[in-house]
Design a protein around this ligand. Structure first.
Ligand code: F6R
Length: 243
């Protein structure tokens, strides 16, 4: 992967925003892979500003989120459907019908993963996938041990991820769903370009393992080493354990 070390999240966000804005300009029906979590928030803000500034037509743009909780009402404010709507769809001015999130309804889980991968294919594949990284090296909700060839499917959240995400559920781990549906690592690897953002010293070990460690399912993000067009954008703290 190409590594870019930046001074600030704003600088990282600008790099992402320019990549996506240039893409939309040349390909009005661009397909964006979307992540939740804190890492991409400034990047989405920068992109929203650039779309306005350049008066880009985003009516043909489609989006596909990485993951969703299982069994959480899509209307729940912390569902990834709601989160993506609030942080991406509305600020970027995307057509809500064109923004897809995996279906976390427990009733349809046997088929929801394959249907999601098929929908991505049908849209022409993801052009630019933005990613964050977990402190354990996860991407999407692919925790350590996930198959590097996996498609979208249901997974069980680790205790650590549920503890980390309790902050969005009144700090009550009991309210954090136990299962999720996530794009697989194989799904993510099919995107034509990957941009992974990581900030802060809590990400330093995961970034070093992902970029300079062996490729292994024990660090799902290490799969990026096999991607022909992956960019890892980190601040000084997140870069601090790189050789
Ligand atoms: C989000 C996702 C996760 C996060 C990761 C980092 O859709 O799939 O992999 O990207 O947990 O989260 P933050 O950015 O909050 O540190």
């Amino acid at each position: 992967a190409e590594i870019i070390i930046v001074d600030s999240q704003e600088q990282a966000g600008d790099i992402y925003a320019h990549c996506v804005a240039d893409l939309i300009e040349s390909k009005p029906n661009a397909v964006l892979g979307l992540a939740t979590g804190s890492s991409p928030l400034v990047a989405y803000e920068r992109l929203a500003a650039l779309i306005k500034e350049r008066k880009l037509d985003v009516s043909g743009v489609q989006g596909f989120a990485l993951d969703e909780y299982v069994g959480l009402d899509p209307e729940h404010p912390e569902s990834y459907r709601s989160t993506i709507n609030r942080t991406v769809t509305v600020p970027l001015g995307l057509n809500p019908q064109s923004v897809h999130v995996p279906n976390g309804d427990p009733a349809g889980l046997q088929t929801a993963g394959a249907a999601y991968d098929a929908a991505i294919e049908e849209a022409g594949g993801i052009d630019i996938q933005i990613l964050g990284i977990g402190s354990d090296g996860h991407i999407g909700f692919n925790e350590p041990g996930s198959s590097l060839a996996s498609g979208t499917r249901m997974k069980t959240l680790t205790e650590q991820t549920r503890i980390d995400n309790a902050r969005f559920f009144d700090n009550d781990i009991e309210q954090v769903p136990v299962h999720c549906i996530t794009q697989g690592i194989g799904t993510i690897m099919k995107a034509r370009q990957l941009i992974l953002l990581a900030f802060g010293k809590g990400k330093a070990d995961a970034v070093a393992a992902a970029v300079e460690g062996g490729v292994s399912s024990l660090c799902p993000a290490s799969a990026l080493q096999f991607h022909p067009h992956a960019t890892v954008i980190v601040d000084e703290e997140a870069a601090s354990k790189l050789i």
